[in-house]
Design a protein around this ligand. Structure first.
Ligand code: ADP
Ligand code: MG
Length: 738
């Protein structure tokens, strides 16, 4: 069945606009509760996917439970409610709820100490449950489940429900649905959802319109949407569950990419940008004065940027490259082209420290060239600030470096033609939009040092073109990374003494202290005093932390750079972009507490010169062994294992992409990218981490479709158009009807 079938298109009762009450088992009360939960149509209900399935590989019989005591995962049994009772604990005098279930092999007591009053009325004799927990022994040595999670499979008297307990043995996969207390109250717990969704599917079979044209489906090898919706809820094998997932993920990714394709297309069609002349005396002069050869990757990226600048289409390019890969010089060459064409450049950094450093880097590169570079940051004297603003307004300032305040405040440019945004690892989707809304129409180059797997970049920055510097300057020596334990500390100190005696400089980084959590981490200041007084009395140490005033920070950094200080003790504020080639040792204290990308960024602070550099990660896993508020043993165990994975990864690779992948897997995309930002796609079923291959396929198909049939006029694209009309209304005006 497909969208063109005449029978289908004449069918007025389309799936997506049918009210819920058409479904058997849904009356006004349930319909209202579902609506409250955002499920308003049969379509919504069919797209209410299970969050999980009972894991058949974890299902065991009651008789076998003792084998799973002390296991590292909970196990599940399927049994029938047999007896239930409240008892008063003799020791604590509190009420305890006992539930006994049995299967063909035996019976199992389950016990609840909390929420007793609720559980007391929760179960019905003869009801079939799936119960999951870590089995353990009670005081008398009998196996029990304490506070198991449970899922209702079948009520005692039900005729129309399949007997999941039996079906399970023949291979059925049981879906689990999320519910809320409001939904449970009207019988829509996991079991309730199973029933109404089963009914919804029954009533819709043969009426679910295909969204995608056959052409795309056969190219990408996707099943029908109808089969996918059936099998996502009630798969008969893991195989058809997988193909259902693949189809539904593809749909999600495809429509997102389609939207990005339209966005990108609009940029090209309606907005006219600057056409630059690429020949630039300034850029040539700089390139010739560089004390090094540009890498092949740098040259390739410069060509990509130049092509954008030459074209009338406004540039929207993401420049990705690991820390130290040489992005700044690439950006600077492009900036000089803009300056030579008579335009102004804004160079935005995420923090003031970084803005200052970029300013210094730029001015030192441009020393002998007639380019007027200004720095605009907070805390400048009013007169100076007024002067800089005036220079910016008049156009005398050719390059203005600053934080995002550059475009947000009432800063006026005479002829802003080029914007460089150094985001480090922030993702400023919003700021990018602001530039355009302000009426500027410059070329935009976004630099990020967070290596993102390419397919992921295509989604997060899907409306940008992406350039990657995937090669480090040649004379860099790989940094040696070592993981050391607390008891090896004296050896580490001795190593530091030797290196400093040879003229090298050292960073010692401490994790930030969260006062609320009384964690036993050394305050950077206390440790600074100890290091200066007891450990390195012969050297000069400096301190840098987030609570210092910016002049103090700057002073500390400058004296480190001038080698007046040999060892800089710091909190993570140094993470962002400090560039001091003579610093060759990075010591990270309590490295187990740092995120992987953070560690990678820190390590990137050394190895910037020609000398051998070292990164020493001091680990103290004991931190995870002591119980702490709000964390149970299982969580701590996982946290510890993750910490070990992080450090092992650091020890085994310096490839930023590889590290980013591991980090993404450990933390998931939400955490990986920091706070959720507007514009960050949220998926129901697709995963930015795991579905790289599908993302690429979906992107190809979506972009090709927009080239082939931009107005979605072809009848075979009617399904896509309808879906778009329904869910992406805001984008629709882009599809001009003509
Ligand atoms: P990123 O911004 O990507 O972290 P930078 O542009 O700050 O990297 O470059 C890091 C250091 O490497 C700077 O000191 C820079 O001058 C130097 N550098 C850049 N390109 C090269 C190259 N091709 N060969 C040698 N050194 C380079
Ligand atoms: Mg840099």
């Amino acid at each position: 069945m497909n969208a063109q079938s005449p029978r289908k298109s004449s069918n007025k009762q389309r799936c997506y606009d049918s009210p819920l009450q058409y479904i058997k088992g849904i009356g006004p009360k349930r319909a209202a509760a579902l609506e409250q939960a955002g499920i308003q149509s049969i379509q919504d209900l069919l797209y209410y996917f299970p969050f999980d399935y009972l894991d058949r590989s974890r299902i065991v019989t009651i008789r076998d439970l003792p084998k799973y005591v002390n296991g590292d995962k909970p196990v599940t049994i399927i049994g029938e409610v047999f007896r239930q009772e409240m008892r008063r604990s003799r020791r604590s005098n509190r009420l305890v709820f006992f539930l006994t279930v049995k299967d063909q092999t035996g019976s199992l007591p389950c016990v609840w100490f909390e929420g007793v009053q609720w559980y007391k009325d929760a179960f019905e004799k003869g009801e079939m449950l799936a119960l999951s927990a870590y089995p353990d022994f009670d005081k008398l040595g009998r196996i029990q489940f304490a506070h198991p999670e449970f899922d209702r499979l079948k009520g005692a008297e039900e005729e129309d429900e399949p007997d999941w307990g039996k079906l399970f043995n023949t291979g059925a996969i049981i879906p689990k649905y999320r519910s809320t207390s409001d939904l449970s109250r009207v019988g829509l717990d996991s079991r309730g959802f199973r029933r109404v969704i089963r009914n919804a599917l029954k009533s819709r079979v043969g009426h679910i319109d295909e969204l995608l044209p056959d052409e795309i489906r056969s190219r990408v090898k996707l099943g029908s949407i109808e089969a996918a919706l059936e099998h996502i809820h009630f798969p008969s094998s893991y195989e058809n569950l997988n193909s259902a997932c693949r189809r539904l993920k593809f749909d999600e990714l495809f429509f997102l990419q389609l939207m990005l394709a339209y966005r990108k297309r609009r940029v090209g069609e309606e907005v006219k940008g600057i056409t630059y002349t690429i020949e630039s005396t300034l850029a040539r002069a700089l390139a010739e004065s560089l004390p090094f050869e540009l890498t092949k990757a740098q040259r390739r990226v410069i060509n990509e940027v130049a092509a954008d600048m030459r074209s009338a289409k406004p540039m929207n390019r993401l420049l990705q490259g690991d820390v130290g890969s040489g992005k700044t010089i690439v950006a600077l060459l492009a900036m000089l082209v803009a300056v030579d064409n008579g335009y102004q450049v804004a160079f935005m950094a995420p923090t003031e420290i970084l803005a200052e450093q970029h300013y210094r880097t730029l001015t030192s590169h441009l020393q002998s060239l007639p380019v007027n570079v200004r720095l605009l940051i907070g805390g400048q004297k009013r007169r100076l600030r007024g002067e800089i603003l005036e220079d910016t307004r008049s156009g005398r300032a050719q390059i203005v470096v600053g934080t995002h305040a550059l475009i947000e405040e009432n800063v006026e440019f005479a002829r802003l033609g080029f914007v460089v945004i150094d985001e480090q690892h922030r993702f400023g989707v919003l700021q990018r939009a602001t530039i355009r809304e302000k009426g500027y129409n410059p070329d935009v180059l976004v630099m990020t040092a967070t290596p993102i797997p390419r397919t992921l970049a295509l989604t997060l920055y899907g409306d940008l073109d992406v350039s990657v510097i995937d090669e480090m300057p040649a004379e860099r020596r790989p940094i040696k990374t070592a993981i050391r334990m607390e008891h090896q500390k004296e050896k580490v100190y001795q190593f530091v003494r030797d290196e400093v005696a040879r003229g090298r400089q050292v960073y010692v980084v401490f994790p930030l202290i969260e006062e609320s959590e009384k964690i036993d981490l050394k305050a950077a200041t206390a440790e600074f005093e100890r290091l200066q007084g007891d450990v390195f009395p012969d050297f000069k140490l400096g301190l840098l932390h987030g609570r210092m005033k910016s002049e103090e920070k700057e002073k500390a950094m400058l004296s480190f750079k001038a080698r007046e200080i040999q060892i800089l003790v710091a909190t993570t504020v140094i993470e962002v972009g400090i560039d001091i080639p003579n610093a060759t040792i990075m010591i990270v204290e309590n490295a187990e507490r740092f995120g992987l990308s953070q560690l990678h960024q820190l390590r990137g602070r050394v190895g910037r010169g020609a000398d051998q550099s070292y990164c020493i990660l001091m680990a103290d896993y004991g931190w995870f062994d002591s119980p702490r508020r709000g964390r149970d043993a299982g969580e701590l165990k996982r946290e510890k294992r993750d910490a070990q994975t992080r450090l092992e990864t650091m020890g085994s690779t310096s490839d930023g992409f590889r590290i980013a992948e591991v980090d993404l897997k450990l933390r998931g995309p939400g955490e990986f990218f920091g706070i959720r930002q507007s514009g960050f796609p949220e998926f129901k079923i697709a995963s930015l981490v795991e579905d790289g291959e599908l993302i690429a396929l979906a992107r190809n198909e979506a972009f090709a479709l927009v080239d082939r049939d931009p107005q979605l006029r072809s009848p075979s694209n009617a399904g896509i158009r309808r879906h778009f009309e329904l869910h992406y209304k805001d984008v629709l005006p882009l599809i001009r009807v003509g």
